[in-house]
Design a protein around this ligand. Structure first.
Ligand SMILES: N[C@@H](CCC(=O)N[C@@H](CS)C(=O)NCC(=O)O)C(=O)O
Length: 215
């Protein structure tokens, strides 16, 4: 199994978590290297990472890769609950983290990489407002939960970990959102995510907004 990825990428970390949770062996094809880039472009012209190749099959989109791993390489930690009703809750929270935390976080980070005359302050303002609303909603949801959906770690937490990790760097979570802050801390303490974060440490100087001296 080959994973085209970069350790500092949030969507790549999302799939590294289940790989590490279940000790699944894979070869990392490090994007940024010329040969790996060329292979990825041939596999997936949209050139988004991560891309998984397994048994001759190309799998794209982080959520689908996590689902694929759960189906074809199941381990002790199941990312999709067996109960379809619980699975629906997990998929709903996965959509929440991708659409309302990861996307606005990427907007803020991406905008800071643009030339000053190409920046989009209106769009960044919208992204910041969306993150505020997302943090507020999530704070209520997490009042009685250890993980994103109940007591079991799942796909939703794979989405939550890198999105909240970087969102807090791009648009800090206010101290009043104590449940979100505590959840982010629990995610950072989870060995699979802690490993992904550690492997990405050498790349922190490349964070365009300046990585804070913590985490
Ligand atoms: N919807 C995709 C998003 C993947 C994505 O945005 N990946 C970023 C890195 S975190 C990327 O490939 N960026 C390179 C680019 O935009 O050219 C997924 O869930 O896998």
């Amino acid at each position: 199994m080959k994973l085209y990825a970069h350790p500092f990428s949030s969507y790549c970390q999302k799939v590294l978590i289940p790989l590490y949770e279940n000790g699944i062996a894979f070869e990392l094809r490090l994007l940024g290297e010329e040969q790996a880039n060329a292979e990825q472009a041939a596999l997936w012209p949209l050139k988004r990472m991560p891309v998984l190749v397994d048994a001759g099959r190309t799998v794209v989109e982080a959520t689908i890769i996590v689902e694929y791993l759960d189906l074809h390489h199941p381990g002790p930690v199941r990312m999709i609950p067996a109960d379809p009703r619980a699975a629906l809750d997990v998929r709903m929270m996965d959509r929440f983290f991708d659409n309302y935390v990861m996307t606005p976080m990427q907007k803020i980070v991406g905008d800071s990489l643009r030339a000053p005359e190409q920046r989009d302050p209106f769009g960044v303002g919208e992204a910041r407002a969306l993150l505020e609303t997302a943090y507020a909603w999530l704070d209520g949801v997490l009042a009685d939960r250890e993980w994103a959906v109940g007591d079991a770690f799942s796909l939703a937490d794979c989405a939550a970990a890198p999105s909240l990790f970087y969102a807090d760097w791009a648009h800090p979570i206010d101290a009043s959102r104590a449940n979100v802050i505590a959840y982010r801390r629990r995610l950072l303490a989870r060995p699979s995510f802690a490993r992904a974060v550690d492997e990405a440490r050498p790349f922190r100087p490349f964070f365009p907004l300046g990585a804070p001296d913590r985490d």
